[in-house]
Design a protein. Structure first.
Length: 242
């Protein structure tokens, strides 16, 4: 990701915008660090009660370290927080940084973290059991980061980055994650979320559930695109094109 492609019609990114980007990045990295520490140390035993759920077969202590970390980095929540953390760090370090890839990954981060917050709040929060530091990690990765990322998008942009090509490109990461999790699940017989549990639900129901999530992502992407255009017009910058 380089600054080779810079939209001259877009408004300059100010030091204020960079501070927003830095705050967003820092919040995501802190949440990830807390969750990584919890998982790496095996601070709390797994609450998985089914063999088809992540965590069920991981041994405590050093013996289960690799399994716990592979499971951790297979969660959509972690992918979405890492995407936000990396993109916001890049923008905080270089206000002029811009490229087609960065634009797509920026929107991907917005989509993924929005889905993370919505799915957790509507579906997963009622079935989650949290203890001690898990409460703090959950606050960051499922609540603060999704909310702050959307706020930063509204108040700091970058504006004019979304078009049809960027929108389509933003689905690459989520689809890669879906394929990875389903392939891994077919090998180990375990899945990260109950609505993806092929062992219990079967592929038909799981694919229907995932289709609904992708549709939700498309709706969010279109809303973000419309919001971006409206904010650009309100700021008097028009709708930048490449």
């Amino acid at each position: 990701m380089t600054s080779a492609t810079t939209d001259r019609t877009a408004p300059p990114r100010t030091a204020r915008a960079q501070r927003w980007f830095l705050a967003n990045a820092a919040t995501a990295w802190v949440g990830l660090a807390i969750q990584l520490t919890i998982s790496a140390t095996g601070m709390y035993p797994s609450t998985a009660t089914k063999a088809s759920q992540y965590g069920y077969g991981n041994a405590p202590g050093i013996e289960g370290l690799v399994g716990r970390l592979v499971d951790l980095f297979s969660y959509f929540t972690i992918w979405s927080n890492i995407t936000v953390a990396v993109v916001m760090t890049l923008l905080a370090l270089d206000a002029r940084r811009d490229s087609p890839v960065l634009r797509a990954v920026r929107l991907s981060g917005l989509l993924m973290i929005s889905i993370t917050g919505l799915v957790y709040g509507v579906i997963l929060s009622g079935v989650s059991t949290l203890r001690g530091w898990e409460v703090l990690a959950n606050l960051f990765i499922h609540q603060l980061v999704p909310l702050l990322t959307l706020v930063v998008f509204v108040v700091a942009g970058p504006r004019g980055w979304i078009d049809l090509r960027v929108l389509l490109g933003s689905f690459v990461l989520p689809i890669v994650w879906l394929v990875y999790v389903l392939v891994r699940g077919a090998v180990i017989g375990a899945y990260p979320y109950f609505f993806m549990d092929v062992v219990t639900l079967g592929y038909g129901t799981v694919l229907l559930n995932l289709g609904g999530v992708l549709l939700l992502g498309l709706v969010i992407a279109l809303v973000l695109w419309a919001l971006d255009r409206w904010l650009a017009r309100r700021a008097g910058t028009g709708s930048p094109t490449r």
